[in-house]
Design a protein around this ligand. Sequence first.
Ligand code: FPP
Length: 260
Amino acid sequence: MHASGPIPVHIAVIMDGNGRWAKKRGFPRIAGHNEGVESVRDTVEACGQLGVKHLTLYAFSTENWKRPQEEVSMLMRLLMRALRDETDKLHENNVKVDTIGDFPTLPIEVQDELTDAMTKTKLNTGLHLHLALSYSGRWDITTAIKAIAEDVRRGTLAPESIDDQLVSRYLATKNVPDPDLLIRTSGEFRISNFLLWQLAYSEIYISTSCWPDFRRKELYEAITDFQRRERRYGMVSEQLQPGKRKPNAVQRFFNNVSGS
Ligand code: FPP
């Protein structure tokens, strides 16, 4: 029996370990990325079914441009193919596709495929899927600082009105609540320049599975672990109001598995 608790509104994922997964099996790195697409499919589907509102996937970082040219090209092709193959299904499942990152730096064909997916799904009201592409937390914050400075220079923003909520509205994630849960796979304990500002109060879950092995069951384990945490936001335990608790899909899943 597992403690009941809320489903996270926003889950962010650092999908790591594709290369190691492939190496362990004597395959080329791209085989790991290919299999990683299956994990993306499973995770997106499970999040949609659980009622998670936002899922942000770190699919390609600013630093990933420094990888060998061949791997970068293969990743871009894989991304295009995944978007082309999956958009109709995502649309059927009411998923809204979006992207955060330095969009103009992506190859034009990738931009076109993303634009198609975003246009097709823009009115969907289910899971909001944010693909972080050519993204890094420092890029995000630097871009926000430049926009804030520009508005101050133009006289449309008073420096005294700059507070943390205003900064949030200048970030790529404006209008999206900060992640409740950050999942990183392959056992690494690093943020790797992901959502540096937005992860301020997120719960962090490290899975030892490499990303291609991270499927629905591992996601449920991460959410169950999250539900056991007490999020205090700098306060003390006694100040927190316990929410109304009833079993959700994750508890029902584990209850069924354990036969209780
Ligand atoms: C990290 O593993 C993974 C990536 C840099 C790319 C992730 C991309 C996908 C799963 C495929 C496309 C995504 C979508 C959204 C369809 P790594 O290569 O750093 O692994 P390693 O640390 O073991 O070398």
